[in-house]
Ligand binder design. Structure first.
Ligand code: V47
Ligand code: SF4
Length: 364
């Protein structure tokens, strides 16, 4: 305790007290944390919660990403991955190609497939149901974490059925859970500016509410480092916390660092390391009802992901294999890591690597 008193910026002492006593932080606390230059104090406090919830464990998963199409009717300004139908570089994988790609999980010993894509203007729910049921039939033990809330809402709209019905069909086919993408920033003004075609923040939250009440758990994300302000970051976190109070369906929070290369915002800079650490640590501090904070090493870089394990993070995602969305936007990280590499990057930080399945059950 003495260490806290000597190193903490006095400005944060009220927040320090709340954290130590286990009280919930409020909107003003979140803004104050973002405004504070005292990254070590913020990290120290986030680490207290991280160790309270997950002690020395750092989770990882053996997984593979499949991006089944980059054809997307939304064309968000921050996205370098999407293409119009018929444009150079546009692709859509057939079910057979998806199965061939998925079959690599056998020798990788992967337990999860993470499947997301663009909003194809023509494909109906049948294609997605067939995709999930064919993979599930072939690999019944592999957890299928597929389709962001944005995709689910699009499938419902294009097929003229409700979100609940869409989720029910996909769950029956073998869908295991939803990834956390598409949340971006809930602020309507920013969505209007950056992704006007995308569903609103309220619709994203409603889709997750439906998923959770249908028995499908999910993750949650936030895209930062573009035009958002501290206030909008905090509001986003509070909206997630509010829904989590209601459903307890979120497993982890993953802040996504904006990568500007090849996007309409290509003159923006990459996020600063200090902001990356703040996002993770403040996420840990504000989201008291989330069990896990995940650093997606693909976006953060391996070295900063290691540092983040002392700034609130307890999950490093996984082997990933063939990530396309961030690499289209200029990520310099490898497209995959081996299990050995993941384990050593965790061990080098003094943490205990724990292989998990998608639902955070320990594997070995
Ligand atoms: O929805 C798009 C974001 C998301 C860019 O749930 C960008 O475990 C940075 O959601 N720079 C897809 N981000 C990735 C995603 C994800 C990743 C890892 C784990 C999980 C999980 C989810 O990537 C999109 C969008 O929000 N995105 N373009 C970009 N240029
Ligand atoms: Fe489409 Fe998603 Fe890219 Fe937006 S972020 S253009 S919805 S693929």
């Amino acid at each position: 305790m003495q260490l806290v008193h000597t190193t903490l910026n006095t400005d944060l002492s009220d927040i320090q007290e709340k954290v130590i006593d286990g009280y919930r932080l409020e909107y003003e606390d979140g803004v104050k944390l973002f405004e504070s230059p005292d990254i070590l104090a913020i990290g120290y406090l986030a680490n207290l919660i991280r160790e309270r919830k997950n002690n020395n464990k750092t989770y990882y998963i053996i997984n593979r990403h499949i991006n089944y199409t980059n054809i997307c009717k939304n064309r968000c300004k921050f996205c370098a991955f999407s293409r119009d139908n018929g444009e150079d570089g546009a692709y859509q994988m057939s079910i057979k190609e998806i199965l061939d790609n998925a079959s690599q999980i056998i020798h990788e010993k992967a337990t999860e497939l993470h499947i997301v894509g663009g909003l194809h203007p023509e494909l109906g729910l049948d294609y997605y149901v067939e995709m999930i049921s064919s993979i599930h039939e072939r690999f019944p033990d592999v957890h299928l974490q597929a389709f962001t809330a944005v995709e689910i809402a699009h499938f419902a709209e294009i097929s003229g059925i409700s979100i609940r019905e869409t989720l029910k069909e996909l769950k029956k086919a073998g869908l295991g859970s939803l990834p956390g993408g598409g949340a971006e920033i809930f602020s309507p003004n920013i969505r209007k500016e950056l992704c006007p075609e995308k569903l609103s923040g309220e619709e994203w939250l409603n889709t997750m509410r439906e998923a959770h009440s249908s028995g499908l758990r999910s993750n949650a994300t936030m895209l930062y480092g573009h035009i958002e302000k501290n206030e909008e970051r905090v509001n986003h976190l509070l909206k997630l916390r509010e829904l989590q109070d209601e459903t307890n369906g979120f497993m982890s929070f993953i802040p996504l660092a904006f990568h500007p290369k090849n996007t309409d915002l290509k003159d923006f800079s990459n996020t600063a390391g200090i902001l990356d650490l703040k996002m993770l640590a403040i996420g840990r501090l504000m989201l008291d009802n989330f069990d896990h904070i995940k650093a997606f090493w693909i976006m953060l870089g391996i070295k900063l992901a290691q540092v983040s394990l002392s700034f609130g993070v307890d999950d490093i995602d996984g082997t990933v294999a063939e990530e396309k969305i961030t690499h289209s936007a200029g990520a310099q990280t490898p497209e995959a890591l081996t299990v050995g590499e993941i384990k050593s990057l965790i061990e080098e930080t003094g943490r205990e690597p724990v292989e998990r399945d998608t639902l955070y059950n320990r594997i070995r």
